[in-house]
Design a protein around this ligand. Sequence first.
Ligand SMILES: Nc1ncnc2c1ncn2[C@@H]1O[C@H](COP(=O)(O)OP(=O)(O)OP(=O)(O)O)[C@@H](O)[C@H]1O
Ligand code: SF4
Length: 264
Amino acid sequence: MLEGVKRVILVLSGKGGVGKSTVSTQLALTLKEKGYKVGLLDIDLCGPSVPYLLNLENQSVHQGPHGWIPVYLDKEQRLGVMSIGFLLNSRNDAVVWRGPKKTSMIKQFLEDVCWQDLDFLVIDTPPGTSDEHITVMENLRQVPQCSAVLVTTPQQVAIEDVRKEITFCNKTGIPIFGIVENMSGYECPNCSECTNIFSSGGGQSLAEYAKIPYLGSIPIDPRVGSLAGEGKAAIKELPESKTSKVFTDLVTQLTESSKNGDMK
Ligand SMILES: Nc1ncnc2c1ncn2[C@@H]1O[C@H](COP(=O)(O)OP(=O)(O)OP(=O)(O)O)[C@@H](O)[C@H]1O
Ligand code: SF4
């Protein structure tokens, strides 16, 4: 049930493996650390990695009188999580469903989870622009404040795929909040020197070309990789890191735009 949800952030990427789930979880954790009430919905049915990233793998969801109760990361219930991963027996189980079954599961995720009142619902989507995305977009029309954060990496092929995401958002009428470039250089954990392993700046050039806000560059940081699996926020564990700054800035921009009622 999305009635009590003030704002939805869809996290989209053209390609798999660019760090979309890492961005979704770190964004949700940062919002929680800043005092907001947050939901994180993982609708990547074929690769639900959110339970693993938040160290919630052994949890399961329960049916309450009004729908599914999310799994809460904290006692205060500031971050609730829902993922197909909670419904599978093990991380190695695969969801082998045809399109209609997938779309009906996503509809259920959007309609039957008791989120209660949330400041933000972050939705981690599958890569690309599939039927699942269309189902999400159709169901989100009822939420007045909804926008997309696009995640890319510096490689040309990832940038090309993000162009398709931009076209998709434009066609379905979802405002694009901005683009984040992940794996943008390597930040040495010892001296914080950043080395551009691939090219860099592709995300920023695309943002300028498409007239979309550029939200920042997250370097490859082995410490961020190791936070995965522990459910810890970079802003708390690595406050001096570039990653922490990107997420802090992103949350500031989101909250400012919520106040102004401007989703772009
Ligand atoms: N900035 C980063 N620094 C270090 N490791 C990272 C960073 N971003 C992501 N990773 C690691 O890269 C791997 C892939 O990230 P993630 O699962 O977030 O990608 P994804 O785009 O959601 O993938 P999929 O499309 O398969 O769901 C993970 O092991 C994650 O820990
Ligand atoms: S990046 Fe920094 S710590 Fe890493 S090897 Fe180079 S100088 Fe040393």
